[in-house]
Design a protein around this ligand. Structure first.
Ligand SMILES: *[C@@H]1O[C@H](CO)[C@@H](O)[C@H](O)[C@H]1NC(C)=O
Ligand SMILES: *[C@@H]1O[C@H](CO)[C@@H](O)[C@H](O)[C@H]1NC(C)=O
Ligand SMILES: *[C@@H]1O[C@H](CO)[C@@H](O)[C@H](O)[C@H]1NC(C)=O
Length: 515
């Protein structure tokens, strides 16, 4: 058998074929360059110059990664300001990945060649290119900076499209993870989508149930159809989660439903993913500590912070509320700013402190809002005693050294100073200030008032807005100064405190014992 000659013939044919294809490609490039330079701006996003190619070349472009395929992808480079992008390996890899992703979505019924499609947060539009390439002609991309001809310049929180425009919206490359206000983008996506339309999000986060649910909660008019890990094209991000959502026909806010659905308007059900966090939290101290000033302080080292157990992405705002903040340095500056794991989020801080001594310094603090009142169960003026820790020097007449507590029963023996102060309905304020899509951390140190405030938070449903609570519970503790003596300041016992913590955890609140 003359194997040599038979092998030579096909390779010769292949050579010719390759030359023909290359010539074709050259024609495309020249034609594109011509159209772009001559027609210029008239080469609009809707009507692609390089898509009005001869049929046969389009078919070549549609087939798998042949050299011709890659070369055609290079086409938009001609005449473009940044030609290097389109010839890069990354561009080709990305387009290839998105083509197969969209082809899969077509065969699964989430996308069709007739779908009016939008890709969001896409800087150069490989996904848009891939959509067009596989035949979804009516596709466009948006990014804050335009990248003609594939991507329109527009802000994610104000998409320049009418309500119910798109059948299919795509957010790829983990771009959704980096959006600073994901709720705004999610709302805009939902608004511009047709009912029954599909949103597909590729995210690096949402690996744990906590962040997955946070993401889903942003799309309040959509339901989850599918979620799974897929291989990604980017070696820095070898796998990525693909979430498919569908817009419901009737606008329904399932979160609102959840709150107002039951018999009681204010009951909220704690989702399973929050209960899971509570189960994984550090155990409560069951035995009353003999040296609480040591035991409770040490316990802080054992605290399992929520952001150390779960990814806190996809929340609308990040909020820290310090109830009984005292001076800026006492817990906001020394603990929250320095030690609380924030996963790089910027938190808005609310400091609630009735003692005037501390008010001045808050004026200079950025991103800190001072509420110069006492957290209380209703709006009313209260009489407070300014007291001092027993055994503490009384020489300092400045009120700063004392703490404030409401005078519950006027028959109590009391020698300190009295003051009048405005109390406000804390639970009501919290419900008006944050939403369930915000991440809310709270520290509460209110000198015994927790036994009024916590039940009120449950009664009003405001408790459901708190993701993580650091609570100092005040009871008649053993004193450092005077061995064998209990503090006369508080009536509650350690067991009552333990009950409070236990009931909070039972209700799904991630509460920690604070000192
Ligand atoms: C578009 O939708 C938004 C919210 O989904 C709504 O507030 C607005 O009134 C709608 N606009 C039109 C023109 O229907
Ligand atoms: C946090 O942000 C800084 C600066 O913005 C960045 O350099 C760093 O990599 C980020 N860290 C994480 C864990 O995202
Ligand atoms: C309490 O007072 C604040 C500030 O004036 C007000 O916004 C709020 O609605 C009041 N709350 C109640 C329950 O009356």
């Amino acid at each position: 058998m003359a194997t040599d000659s038979t092998a030579g013939k096909p390779s010769f044919l292949r050579n010719i074929l390759a030359r023909v294809l290359l010539l074709g490609v050259l024609i495309v490039v020249v034609r594109f360059a011509y159209v772009v330079t001559i027609a210029g701006e008239s080469c609009t996003v809707g009507e692609f110059c390089f898509f009005s190619l001869p049929e046969n070349l389009n078919i070549v472009a549609g087939t798998a990664a042949s050299t011709a395929n890659k070369a055609v992808r290079v086409a938009p480079a001609a005449g473009h300001t940044r030609p290097d992008i389109y010839t890069s390996k990354d561009w080709i890899k990305a387009v290839h990945f998105y083509s197969s992703t969209f082809q899969r979505l077509i065969s699964d019924g989430f996308l069709s060649p007739n779908s009016k499609s939008l890709c969001v947060e896409t800087p150069i539009g490989q996904d848009v290119f891939a959509l067009k390439e596989i035949g979804v002609k009516d596709s466009k991309g948006v990014y804050k900076k335009a990248s003609k001809p594939l991507v329109i310049g527009a802000k994610g929180n104000r998409l320049p499209f009418d309500n119910e425009t798109f059948d299919f919206v795509f957010s790829g490359g983990g771009a959704f993870d980096k959006v600073s206000r994901p709720l705004d983008l999610a709302s805009e996506i939902a608004r511009t989508m047709k009912p029954e339309g599909f949103v597909v999000v590729h995210t690096r986060a949402a690996k744990d149930t906590y962040s997955f649910n946070s993401l889903i909660d942003l799309f309040n008019s959509c339901k989850v159809i599918r979620s799974r890990e897929i291989d990604n094209y980017d070696s820095l991000m070898p796998s990525i989660r693909e979430i498919v959502l569908q817009k419901k026909r009737k606008f329904l806010d399932h979160r609102e439903e959840e709150v107002s659905g039951g018999n009681s308007v204010n009951k909220c059900s704690v989702p399973g993913h929050k209960r899971e966090l509570v189960r994984n939290a550090e155990p409560l101290i069951i035995e009353e500590p003999l040296k609480p000033w040591i035991t409770l302080k040490r316990n802080v080292q054992k605290v399992k912070y929520l952001p150390s157990m779960a990814d806190i992405s996809f929340r609308n705002r990040y909020v820290y509320v310090d109830v009984g903040a005292r001076s800026y340095g006492s817990s906001i500056g020394s603990w929250f700013r320095k030690q609380y794991p924030k996963q790089n989020r910027t938190f808005d801080v609310y400091a609630i402190e009735a003692d005037r001594t501390f008010h001045e310094e808050y004026k200079l603090k950025k991103r800190v809002t001072l509420l110069p009142y006492a957290a209380w169960v209703r709006n009313e003026t209260l009489k407070f005693e300014i007291n001092r820790d027993p055994g503490q020097d009384v020489q300092d007449k400045g009120r700063g050294m004392g703490r404030i507590q409401p005078v519950a029963k006027s028959d109590r023996t009391f020698e300190g100073e009295m003051d009048e102060i405005d109390g406000f309905d804390f639970a009501d304020w919290l419900k008006k200030t944050v939403t369930k899509r915000d991440f809310v951390v709270m520290k509460m140190d209110v000198e015994g008032t927790e036994f009024d405030l916590i039940p009120r938070l449950f009664e009003t449903g405001a408790i459901c807005f708190i993701d993580e609570l650091f609570l100092e519970c005040h009871y008649n503790r053993w004193q450092r100064c005077c061995p064998g003596e209990r503090s006369p300041k508080y009536e509650k016992t350690y067991d009552q405190c333990l009950d409070l913590f236990t009931s909070l955890r039972k209700s799904g609140v991630l509460v920690h014992q604070w000192w």
